[in-house]
Design a protein around this ligand. Structure first.
Ligand code: ADP
Ligand code: MG
Length: 638
């Protein structure tokens, strides 16, 4: 709610509309207490006084009635009728929409055909017909306007409801034993409410206009009662000799409807989740980069060791949401050599995926921003590349295997064609040649009968096969580095073992380097040469896999290793790590793990804790590394 009001206030036009509308509503509310002449008392001697005349600020109409007073009372009536009609239409229309969208089938058919019948008539004509049947009068005009607007709500809301009604969380609610009514109220309604509010806010102005229209034609407010439309209608006859009589109500209608529509558009922009972060902007094809160049990164000269394939130096990636800044990656450095597999391990939310996505500028912006660091490959800083140059690297030099292959494969394109597309993006091959290569790749990742599988759609493959298609796609252009983001988490153990074996074989055959992201030390021990352990956006320990598994130096690493159950050792119960990682927008001072660490002491909670070298090739971000004699703690690498 707070975010909604803030984003509304940021939109200047909407804020202006809101203020004008608020003033008008306030005026309408206090009208009975204002020192105004009676709006209905006629005084023929005073007829058609111009504005600013004595005793009548805005002049008088043909019957000598005070226009200011009639305007304010009329505004009251128009607002009340317009808003009441909108609420009635929204209530009935949304109800019809939700019910027919949720239940579907015959209910849907009957309700929607009824709505179609209403929509078959031009709606002003329909409103006129309804008033003609009911008889002229303000209430009848209200009914007419409400009825002709029901279809807008019903159709809109039905569409949204149909989209939601078959989603997994509805199934889950049903399986938990909730009845239809409970589901409608607690699962569907909260999801369609924004759409109802948006539809409402963008139609209120319209309905006020329609009510005024009916009154203008003499079918709404009956004399002597004033509403804006009937005042306009009365003034029309003396447009030439007393234009103010018609112009003033016209002006008020204009201001009223304009302010409502400006506000309505603002409400829509603020509520629409697609527009929420960064008004009207879609995520850019590349993560925004806003580096404060420090002396360290200023010179373009590479700092990476010659044997390194990719060097990441002090990478910072933030998510900026309003005033909150989430430091998802907070100074990460690592190196990957050719033919090496580096594991990136850590609990969910520790920043592994964001680190990996940052390498190729794939973090969504907004809200993501890379605020510092260098990512170097072949002596080039990847963060300095244009979107075009980056596209040439993505999928070619550096390929990506995503965690969930079902959501990253296009559901409507055959897997073979998707592979062909990936191949032809980077290689000048004919369709036929690319096709052959695609089938070969599918064979390489051990998909049985690749020729036939290439003709199938993703949903026809099993989860393991889809994951292998994802791996095949990553291999398509002989990348030098594969970033695999939890590629085996969604797989059962046998398929997982196959996928790991596959990645191993590729490294042996092609010398591909792998950045392997996982939260599972069991998997790490099978495939990774070295491991970097991440916690709260930072690397807390890095070293050779065997060394780290043997003797973890950081308490967090030890706890992570203890979480892995060991087969055949029933006494070795896995132990969970108590507590939760800190929120990325409120990282504590000192060691982020201190609150969950049973060895923490006062010194752990302040100052900057640096990565220190302990053993060969090993670094630990801890002031009391495990298993080291006290004098070695100052930590200088041997
Ligand atoms: P994991 O280590 O499980 O891969 P992530 O790298 O996905 O963790 O997430 C790291 C942090 O960044 C988390 O706190 C997460 O909430 C935050 N985060 C990730 N993606 C976004 C996003 N698009 N918008 C805002 N915050 C995000
Ligand atoms: Mg992740």
């Amino acid at each position: 709610m707070k975010a909604f009001i803030e984003s509304l206030a940021r939109n200047r036009l909407a804020a202006f509309g809101a203020i004008v509308l608020l003033l008008l509503v306030l005026l309408a509310l206090i009208t009975p207490w204002l020192p105004l002449a009676d709006p209905d008392i006629t005084f023929p001697a005073n007829r058609l006084h111009p504005p600013l005349s004595e005793g009548n600020l805005l002049g008088t109409d043909a019957l000598g009635r005070d226009i200011l007073s009639r305007l304010l009372w009329g505004l009251r009536v128009s607002l009340a009728v317009g808003i009441a009609a909108s609420l009635v239409a929204a209530l009935i229309g949304s109800l019809i929409g939700i019910v027919s969208g949720y239940f579907g089938g015959r209910t849907d058919n009957i309700l929607m055909r009824g709505i179609d019948m209403l929509m078959a008539f031009p709606y002003i004509l329909l409103a006129l017909a309804i008033v003609a049947v009911l008889g002229p009068g303000l209430m009848n005009a209200l009914y007419a306007i409400a009825i002709v607007n029901i279809p807008f709500f019903a159709r809109n809301i039905r569409g949204v409801t149909v989209g939601i009604a078959h989603r997994e969380f509805i199934d889950a609610a049903r399986l938990s034993g909730k009845g239809d009514l409970r589901i409608l109220a607690s699962e569907i309604l909260p999801n369609v409410l924004p759409v109802i509010v948006i539809t409402l806010s963008t139609t209120v102005g319209w309905m006020i206009l329609e009510t005024a229209g009916l009154s203008f034609l003499g079918l709404g407010a009956q004399p002597p009662q004033a509403d804006l439309g009937s005042m306009l209608g009365e003034g029309r006859r003396m447009m030439i000799n007393a234009p103010h009589v018609a112009m003033l109500p016209g002006l008020v209608i204009f201001i009223l409807v304009m302010s409502i529509n400006l506000l309505g558009d603002g409400v829509r922009d603020a509520l629409d989740p697609r527009l929420k972060s960064g008004a009207l902007s879609r995520p850019a094809p590349m993560t925004r980069i806003r580096r404060r160049l420090t002396g360290k990164h200023q010179d373009d000269a590479g700092t990476s060791p010659a044997s390194a394939l990719l060097t990441v130096d002090d990478l910072h990636t933030d998510f900026e949401m309003g005033r909150d800044i989430y430091r998802a990656v907070n100074g990460v450095s690592f190196t990957i050599h050719s033919n090496e597999c580096l594991g990136l391990v850590g609990e969910s939310g520790s920043g592994k995926s964001v680190t990996a996505l940052s390498l190729l500028g794939l973090v969504a912006s907004p809200p993501g921003v890379i605020t510092g660091g260098r990512i170097e490959m072949d002596g080039r800083d990847l963060l300095g590349l244009s979107a075009r140059e980056m596209r040439r690297i993505r999928g070619k030099d550096v390929a990506y295997v995503f965690q969930d292959p079902l959501s990253t494969l296009h559901p409507l394109i055959r897997v073979g064609d998707q592979l062909v597309e990936a191949i032809r993006l980077h290689q000048p091959l004919s369709r036929g040649a690319a096709r052959e290569l695609a089938v070969t790749l599918l064979g390489q990742v051990r998909i049985p009968n690749p020729q036939r599988r290439a003709e199938q759609y993703p949903h026809q493959l099993s989860g393991g096969m889809r994951q292998r298609v994802g791996i095949a796609m990553a291999l398509a252009n002989d990348p030098r580095l594969i970033v695999a983001d939890e590629p085996t988490t969604a797989l059962d153990v046998t398929v997982q073992a196959q996928a790991l074996a596959l990645i191993q074989r590729l490294r042996e055959d092609k010398g591909t380097a792998v950045l392997f992201i996982t939260h599972d030390f069991g998997v790490v021990s099978q495939v990774c040469d070295r491991v970097a352990v991440m916690y709260a956006g930072r690397i807390v320990e890095v070293g050779y896999t065997a060394d780290i598994l043997d003797a973890p130096r950081h308490p967090y690493t030890r706890r992570l290793i203890d979480c892995v159950p060991r087969l055949g050792e029933p006494d070795n119960e896995p132990t969970a790590i108590p507590g939760l990682p800190p929120a990325a927008n409120a990282l504590p001072e000192g060691c982020a793990f201190a609150d969950r660490c049973d060895l923490a002491e006062a010194a752990c909670r302040h100052g900057e804790i640096e990565l220190i070298a302990t053993d060969a090739g090993r670094q630990v971000r801890c002031i009391k590394p495990l298993g080291l004699p006290v004098h070695a703690r100052a930590g200088v690498a041997p």
